[in-house]
Design a binder for this molecule. Sequence first.
Ligand code: PLP
Length: 455
Amino acid sequence: MDATRKQLEQWDHEHLWHPFTAMSAYTSEAPVIIDRAEGCYLYDLDGKRYIEGVASMWCNLHGHQVPELDNAIRDQLDRVAHSTLLGLSNTPAVKLARKLAEIAPGNLSHVFFSDDGATANEIALKMAFQYWQQRDDPRPKKTKYLALSQAYHGDTLGDVSIGDIAHFHAMFKPLLFDTYRAPQPYCYRCPLGLERATCQIDCVADLETLVEEHHEELAALVVEPLVQGAAGMIVVPEGYLKRAREVTKAHDVLLIVDEVVTAFGRVGSMFACDLEDVVPDMMTLAKGLTGGYLPLAATLTHSEIYNAFLGKPEEYRTFFHGHTYCGNPLGAVVAMANIDLIEKSNLIEKLPPKIEILRESLDRMSELPIVGEVRKKGMLAGIELVAKRETKSPFPVEMRMGNRVCREAAQRGAWIRPLGDVVVLMPPLSIEENLLRELCQITLDSLKEASNWSG
Ligand SMILES: *Cc1c(COP(=O)(O)O)cnc(C)c1O
């Protein structure tokens, strides 16, 4: 017999340890258990529906139960669900690798598959490291990385070492390698005390100086392009990425661009790099790669790096890294169907009116007393809540304001999740204009409600 709702709730609390979730707070109230989803709606066990406000953790592009994606997986199931990529190939992985090489910026023609954003970045770090050790003109001192303050690149120890979000990463300090750190381009709270209207993007000048001073030991600079996601949807000033590319190129430092959030239309173009005409040395993809269907990730690079790994097997120049499910055929086939659908449905070309709706709604939200700043790039937005606008002072952590606003929104029929006191909006790109308006209205109403609690 099927489990009853009561049993599921009980088992959830007794056995399921949720990621990035304060479990005692979580288990102190009834869980929301999603049972099915369709289009841009999630349905819980009671049949209550929620608008998909954060795209199932920033990865869903076309909504749920999309016939093209469902069918791709069903058809592949009649062929093979999984077969290894270690010394063996499979049809969907080959086709997807070629497609990614075709749409990626510049000369990124080699694709290494893995499962998650974290693995894609871990792979990029190890590849960069090994490249400098064994290329024809080796540079063995290049063993360090430069990354940004408040960076987030995933939760494996390499990624945590280049990451810099204290609540997530500080605990593990004894396990981590040292990373050079450039100031965060966080204009609302500029670490250099400047104003965006008058500054010369001095934060990137600091980054340039760090590259100039330390290039001899730097293997790579790692950046989230255009938007620092987990840091609170920090929108990086225009031109920053381009200057990061120029300075790394000038000083023989690899540029690794973490497009895990930004790729596949989220910022209004296929890749964030396209908006600044940047070709990195490595690009990592994950969240949107399968349209939000299955775990699959990719690390792309160019021939100069790839070639450094060639040689006779007994020379051991091989990249000794892999995961059991690398290039999983079900994942690859749905990723291919996802990219086809992005192209056929003109998903990206249809974004501008939606981006405009989001912008207008955010403008209205920005007038509320508890909103310090709204940030937006393409189809993603962050709404930073503050106790006092004049001083930009945050709410006491224990008020869990971001969380409370999102719970309010859930009651009103939208599922959103904050980053601390930054409320995030990131619906599937396919969301219809009216539903997007409704999502924004619910968010606005929830913020207004929250203004009342704070007096
Ligand atoms: C989510 C995220 C990752 C990690 O991806 P996972 O698939 O969750 O491991 C890496 N980089 C950025 C910028 C992310 O937002």
